[in-house]
Design a binder for this molecule. Sequence first.
Ligand code: NIG
Ligand code: FE
Length: 400
Amino acid sequence: MADRLLITHASIAGVGELDGGYGLLHDGAVLIDGDRIGWVGHTRDIDPALGGVRRVDADGCLLTPVLIDCHTHIVHGGNRAREFEMRLTGASYEDIARAGGGIVSTVTATRETDEATLLSEALKRTDSLIAEGVGVIEVKSGYGLDLDTELKMLRVARAIGRARPVRIITSFLGAHAVPRDMDADSYIDTVCIPALEAAHSEGLVDAVDGFCEGIAFDAAQIARVFDKARQLELPVKLHAEQLSNIGGARLAAEYGALSADHVEYADAKDAAAMAGAGTVAVLLPGAFYTLHETQTPPVESFREYGVPMAVATDWNPGSSPLGSLLLAMNMACTLFGLTPAEALAGTTRNAARALGLDDCGVVAPGMRADLALWDVGDPAELSCCFGVNALKARFFGGRT
Ligand code: NIG
Ligand code: FE
């Protein structure tokens, strides 16, 4: 029989409510049955037939699903600390990109870094997310911009999931930046799309992403990549309306994207289109903060139209060197006006949805037994405090 474990006397934030709340259950209990949740209820209602099952007394601590970081670039070579210094003296993200810095400088470093080194560096980042109760991490390619390096990045991403107790979801982000020696159209047709086909045939791609922006690709170019994704039956997502509104969010909605990410410059019409398509708005306050942005995402419109909002680190060496999902939650509240309940739903239920996952993100029977136990009395503390990690225990596939 599969291993069984009862967690008792927990304050459970199941985040299964659709009303924007935590779905709180006081003095709750969870039966873990193998790698799944078998039962959730009040501690007093535990079936007496479970008398012999091993128990962990949570002593009133908060139990949530594991956190899900649904947008990262944690596989990359090099660092971009110099750009941080340039921004402090007034250079913008676009200035730096046009001067040959930005994404393409990480491309050079990633091409030059061997697979083993990329993996060991990515594992350090993974470990710090795991230490904060993260159990699912989305990892993008996009610092290769050639076939070999895009595949290398995705292989490293898959290797993280074999090396650590964490679930890795990959996104092919070939359409991230235009390489120095090519024009955007020929790059899409002769490098990006063939690399996507090759990565897919190796089983390396869970979703297809792109960067729709003045300094990257326009909507027509991204549409060609999305057409290929559709042919391969892969879901899509998009970096959209980060620095300007050029129709990325609407394009994402037209293709039924899982998510449109950043979306600071999205408007009410974009929100309506995203709601119609079931596209999640992934908010990335780390990039907003790092780039000294002032335009905040249309959170009110997302609420009004019922667009689910997720929150992620966007951990990358340039625009968001943010290694803490808990801090991203705090920033989403303070900078974007999310409630702490929205921030928690944004790193659990809605983050799962942004990745197309339906077996995690809520505490409910049948879901994966991927849970986090926190030494806090009120779930709002997870977002309110920063520089504080209250994680007490983490269960992944039912095991600590
Ligand atoms: O999500 N916006 C585009 N892509 C990344 C930036 C990556 C980088 O600056 O290296 C992002 O912010
Ligand atoms: Fe990103």
